[in-house]
Each structure stands twice: as C-alpha cells, then as structure tokens.
Design a protein around this ligand. Structure first.
Ligand SMILES: *Cc1c(COP(=O)(O)O)cnc(C)c1O
Length: 515
C-alpha cells in the first residue's frame, strides 16, 4: 500500500481507506519505509524509558549522539562539556506524542546554543555585529530577522510580515494595543467560549484597561449544547449578529483542547468584509498545518515556538503583521520647521522597533522599521534566538507541505486504529459495554492538525490509561478530568510509534491483544 495514495486521498477530502492488515506492525513499518522525511527523526533527542526516570543530572543526553557543526554526526565523549554519550545508546526510545505541549529537543538547538556561547565568550560585545565564518548563527543584531526568514514557510507570509519577539501572551497584548482600538460604537471582541485561559485573560484585561465592561464587550462563541466543536456557520452567524459593534475577532487557529482547526480564510474574509479586524492565536497551528496568512489577509497573528516549533520551554515567540499595516510613510515635502514625522500604524514602541540604520543614533524621534519588525520593543535574548534558529533549521530541511502530508496520514492512522478498538468494544459478548472513549477532535482531516483529543468514559479509566502510558515510556498530554491529547508530530514520529502507542492504549482499556 502506497503512502502517497493515502496522502492523495486525505488531501482530496476522501477517507484514507486503510486495508484490513493496517493493524499490524508490519503495515506500520512498511509506511515508515516509504516516508521521505523519516530521517528527520534523527535530528531530535527523544527521551528514553530510562531517561524519563531521571531524578538528577548525570551529564548524559538520551541517545548520546550529537551532530557536529558541519552537520556530520559524531559521538560526544563528554570531556569538558559534560554532555557526552552513555553506555545506553541502545536504550529504548519512548513515544513522544506531546509535541503539542512541548516539542522534543532538536539536536541543532544544542549546537546553535553552543555556537552562541562560544561567540559571546570569544568576542564579547563584538558579537552584536560580527558573524563568525563557520557559525550557523547570524550576528546577534540580525538573529531575529534571520529567524523571521526561517519562519516564512511555517506561516505562509513574507519574512517582512514576521517579527520574532517576547512571548505569546505578551505579544497578544502588544498586538491588541495596536489592533484593538475600541470606539463608542465598535468595542466588542469576538472570541470562543473556552479559549486557552491566557487568551481570555488578555482579551478581558484589554477591555477593562480601555475602561470598558467585559460583560458588554466580550462575545463568546460556544459549541451547540452537548457538543465540543464550533461549526464555521455558527462563527459567521455570530459575526453577523455583532458586526456593527465589533472591533476585533480573535480566535485560535487550532483549539488547544479539541484540536479543531478553524477555517481561517473563510472566517477572516467574512469578518473583514464587515469592517472587523482579525487576529489569530496560532499556538497550536504554527509548525503543524499549512498556513497562508498573507493570502488569507489576516490582520495579525501570534504564536509560541515551544509547541510544534520545538525551540524549548518558554522560548521567544513570533507574530505576523500583514504588510498593509507595516508601512512607514514619509510626507512628500519637508514639514514646517523640520517637524516632519513619518506616519505608521500606532503601537507601543521601543528602541528595537526603530529602523536599524538609525537605531544607534539614540535620537528621540521614533522611526519604525517598515514591516512587522517595527513592532519590536527590546533587545531580544540571543540565547533564545539561538535556540529558535536551531529549531527552525530542522524545518528548513523540509517544508510544511511535506510535513502536513505525513501528518494527515499519521493522524488518520491513529484514528483508524482507535476506531477499530471502538468497534471491538462495541461487539463485546455482553454487547452493552459503553464505549471506553470518544474522539472529540473533528473527523474531517481538513479540520484538524496532528492532535487527536480522546475523551475517556470515566475519570477512573483516565487514571488507568495515564498510568499505563507512563509505565511504557509514552508521553502525551493528560487533561483532568478525562481527556488525553495525542499528537504524533510528523518531524519525529513514526507510524510504528502510532502502532505501538495503540497496543499500550488498548491493553490499558482492557481490550484483547491485536494481531
Ligand atoms: C500555549 C498557549 C499559550 C501560552 O502562552 P504563553 O504566553 O506562551 O505562556 C497561550 N495561548 C494559547 C492558545 C496556547 O495554546
């Protein structure tokens, strides 16, 4: 069975139609053997069963193999750096299905951070402007811009529409400071009923900060009674109902809990046609699905880089500002008495948003860098940017199209094996056993990313499954009371991992062994 056939079917909106032997290790391994990006797994450090039990540092990295600066793998022997190989190279790797929460560590991150540390140690302050010949890194001053370039394919925009700065919630505030400008008439923000709490707090506090009343100015879209997903039609209808009074629509690209991937182009076009500014929180979408923010005419977007982008916990975040908002216009004629000032979209400013050519003139007249870069405020952390550069270097070895193709099949495969379990449970001898779980993520592959959210029938089952997963070196996200979120990230997950995961899951559910 051809991997590309499944990709084609899923891309054209058909079912994958897995064959009857799909529930075998051989089938999974056969798909892996056809996977053109399977080598990218070697770019990551995947925790092992043994490393997951660590309680103290021992100077060892799971797997022990690190790439050298010129890209060929070598064994670090640990002398000096203290991070060498171990005798446990053959240790069994765990199953890392939690990249929706914190991506696995790319080996390049260590390499890039080390390059940064060597640069800083060797040339000190000169590192701001001097690029070292054989370093994978740009000079510190240019690293944010370099990361913006490396991020363009991830969000589908020009590098000039991307700014790398701060962290996600901070950027939501920075963007709202510029894009949420309530008036007497237009003051509402449309959001979903249960966004990631930080987004709710940010929106609520912006409204309060403008002296408005959240109970009047927040419009929350909820799923229909007894369901978890929010239909596009319902979003469009809510936009219509509040169109005249709405200043901003701010939704997640992919909902963190259900994994629902919203129809960004349709919703954006609908809201913008009604004079509403549109922002997207892409925390769960960036590095996961194919985005086209520029073409979709989105006003702004924000994302973090520690989930699907793998830059490490709390790493520096990204934001998109559509090119139409980034222009800096100079008056044709010199103004009177030299008071000419450029015009640009109002924002909260700081010196790093100032044009590089005049940044160090230390002049009090703010002249923003054209494009999204003009939204920066501070000197960004070079160690953070080094980490992000390393993480993005792995994406730059493939494309979002290739990653998404694999992800469509990986996730459909996981869904297929889960559905088989449900069929098996339903045909149990007593015939009355309630389904042990339900998949609450959309069944339509176009409406989800890699994540499947699985709601277990009881809290008790949730505990049992969580314990079984942990005991077997499986990392996935468990949300009390009874949901597990399973994300087979295509960069470092194999079909074999999906198959193995399902063996552990089915035995935790008390179902029989698979063939
Ligand atoms: C992960 C996530 C956050 C986290 O925000 P930080 O500012 O990075 O701590 C916020 N919003 C959403 C939707 C998320 O998924």
């Amino acid at each position: 069975m051809d991997l590309s056939t499944f990709v084609d079917r899923l891309r054209s909106g058909e079912a994958a139609k897995f064959p009857t032997d799909a529930n075998t290790l051989a089938f999974a391994q056969q798909l892996d053997s056809q996977d053109s990006i399977r080598h990218l797994r070697d770019e990551f450090v995947i925790p092992t069963k043994a490393s997951l039990k660590k309680k103290a540092l021992d100077g060892r990295i799971p797997g022990g193999t690190l790439p050298s600066v010129n890209g060929t793998a070598h064994q670090e022997n640990g002398t000096g750096s203290g991070n060498g190989s171990s005798a446990d190279d053959s240790e069994e790797q765990g199953i890392y299905f939690v990249g929706n929460s914190l991506g696995a560590q790319p080996k390049a991150v260590r390499e890039y951070v080390n390059a940064h540390l060597e640069t800083w140690a060797s040339i000190g302050v000169a590192g701001h402007f001097r690029e070292m010949d054989n370093s994978p890194l740009a000079a510190w001053q240019d690293m944010a811009e370099d990361c913006a370039k490396r991020s363009a394919d991830l969000v589908g925009s020009s590098p000039h529409e991307i700014v790398i700065m701060n962290t996600l919630t901070a950027n939501l505030h920075m963007m709202m400071a510029s894009f949420y400008r309530p008036t007497e008439k237009r003051h509402k923000v449309i959001l979903e009923w249960k966004p990631f709490p930080s987004d709710h707090y940010a929106i609520e506090s912006q409204i309060t900060w403008h002296g408005l009343d959240p109970s009047r100015s927040m419009v929350k879209i909820a799923p229909d009674e007894g369901t978890y997903l929010i239909p596009t039609a319902k979003i469009l209808q809510t936009i219509d109902e509040h169109a005249e009074e709405t200043a901003l629509l701010l939704l997640p690209g992919i909902q963190y809990y259900t994994g629902q991937y919203f129809d960004i182009p349709t919703i954006t076009a609908h809201a913008r046609a009604r004079g509403i500014t549109v922002g997207w929180d892409l925390a769960h979408a960036a590095g996961n699905v194919e985005l086209r923010l520029h073409d979709w005419d989105v006003d702004f977007a924000c994302w973090c880089t520690y989930k699907y982008i793998n830059a490490g916990p709390g790493s520096i975040a990204g934001a998109f500002v559509h090119e139409r908002h980034g222009s800096v216009e100079w008056p044709d004629e010199d103004g009177i008495n030299g008071t000419t000032r450029p015009s640009y979209r109002p924002r909260l400013t700081g010196w790093y948003g100032g044009d590089k050519s005049v940044r160090f003139n230390m002049d009090n007249r703010f002249v923003p860098t054209p494009g999204a870069a003009g939204y920066q405020v501070s000197n960004p952390s070079a160690v953070d940017l080094a980490s992000l550069s390393g993480a993005l270097s792995v994406f730059n070895k493939t494309s979002m199209r290739e990653l998404r193709s694999k992800a469509l099949v990986l996730t459909a495969y996981a869904e297929h094996l889960m559905d088989e379990m449900l069929r098996e449970a339903a045909s149990s001898p007593d015939g009355k056993t309630p389904a042990p779980f339900a998949i609450i993520t959309p069944r339509d592959p176009a409406q989800r990313g890699t994540q499947l959210s699985v709601m277990l029938a009881s809290e008790h089952l949730h505990d049992a499954v969580s314990a079984a997963l942990e005991a077997n070196g499986v990392m996935c996200d468990k949300r009390k009371p009874n949901v597990i979120r399973v994300a087979p990230v295509p960069l470092y997950s194999r079909f074999e991992d999906v198959w193995r995961f399902m063996q552990i899951f089915r035995s935790a559910l008390g179902l029989g062994k698979a063939s």
